[in-house]
Design a protein around this ligand. Structure first.
Ligand SMILES: [Fe+2]
Length: 294
């Protein structure tokens, strides 16, 4: 007879830090099988040169292959504005299904207009294999993952809870980093506060994995903390900070922030699920730069 415990499954989590964009991509492996998921992959770009490369993605592909893993899912926690997704590139090599929050359609509608896309740019999320709703579940091997809709940074943001691990996307940063900005189109500070409360309502020992870390005050890059740590020490939403405090602080702070360096290429590629814009009749591909459009 097998013994059953109530302890949540403890997935093996490996982070891959991208120094160019301060993004952390993850391989999340089922401890009971060879199944895994990749969360928030990165495609490299030298924007000044218009050159796309795949070193970061190739490192993750090599990891999956060397460990004999089966890639079941490619997850985007949201439409990133600071790095380009490599999900289709990885999917072509390793398979797996690509998933994002269902509100991707709102993001596609907004930025389809900003970039003056024609009708060939579908705004129905059909670039993805699965559109998640709040509370949806999916499986990675024997593990069940659950998604929590966490808008505020963007409308499509989702936190993925897999056993005792949660991938928070751009809701929270490490306790000394605070929270993500809420001033992009479709963003809202009060909504972000409410979403963060959903993350902080998870069990205190839940491992939280960040999408970004900037090593504030010169500390080394870190990407893992816990719900209990965030509750006690997060500089924006930790102990004693009210929603009013947060909204005031977040709004004032966001007004001082410059646009992310890669927002223009990131949005055009990520709203397409990581695909490059379609080729013209000569087979060339271009990104647009809308003037005074953001
Ligand atoms: Fe983001």
């Amino acid at each position: 007879m097998t013994e059953h415990s109530n302890a949540p499954v403890h997935p093996d989590v490996t982070g891959f830090f991208d120094a160019a964009t301060n993004t952390i991509s993850y391989v999340v492996k089922d401890p009971a099988s060879q199944a895994c998921a990749i969360i928030d992959s990165v495609m490299d770009i030298d924007y000044a040169a218009g050159r796309i490369t795949y070193d970061h993605a190739d490192t993750m592909i090599a990891f999956v292959e060397e460990h004999g893993l089966t890639l079941e899912w490619l997850i985007e926690t949201h439409v990133h504005a600071d790095h380009l997704s490599a999900a289709p590139y990885i999917q072509k090599k390793l398979g797996g299904k690509l998933g994002i929050g269902s509100k991707i359609t709102v993001v596609q509608d907004t930025f389809g207009k900003v970039f003056n896309e024609g009708t060939e740019f579908q705004r129905d999320g059909s670039q993805f294999d699965r559109l998640f709703e709040d509370g949806d579940t999916y499986t990675i091997g024997t593990m069940t993952a659950r998604v929590i809709h966490t808008p505020g940074h963007t409308p499509a943001c989702m936190v993925h809870v897999i056993g005792d691990a949660a991938f928070v996307g751009d809701t929270l940063f490490m306790p000394d980093g605070g929270s993500a900005r809420a001033d992009f189109p479709g963003g809202d500070a009060a909504t972000l506060y409410d979403s963060i409360q959903k993350v902080l309502a998870l069990p205190g020992e839940t491992r939280l994995f960040m999408c970004h870390d900037y090593g504030p005050n010169g500390r080394d890059i870190r990407w893992e903390t816990t719900v209990a740590e965030e509750k006690a020490h997060n500089i924006h939403v930790g102990e004693g900070k009210t929603k009013e405090d947060f909204v005031k602080f977040r709004t004032e702070r966001d007004a001082t922030l410059a646009m992310p360096k890669l927002i223009i290429p990131s949005l055009q590629i990520n709203m397409r699920g990581g695909e490059l814009p379609p080729a013209d009749e000569d087979g060339k591909r271009f990104l647009k730069v809308p003037l005074n459009g953001l």
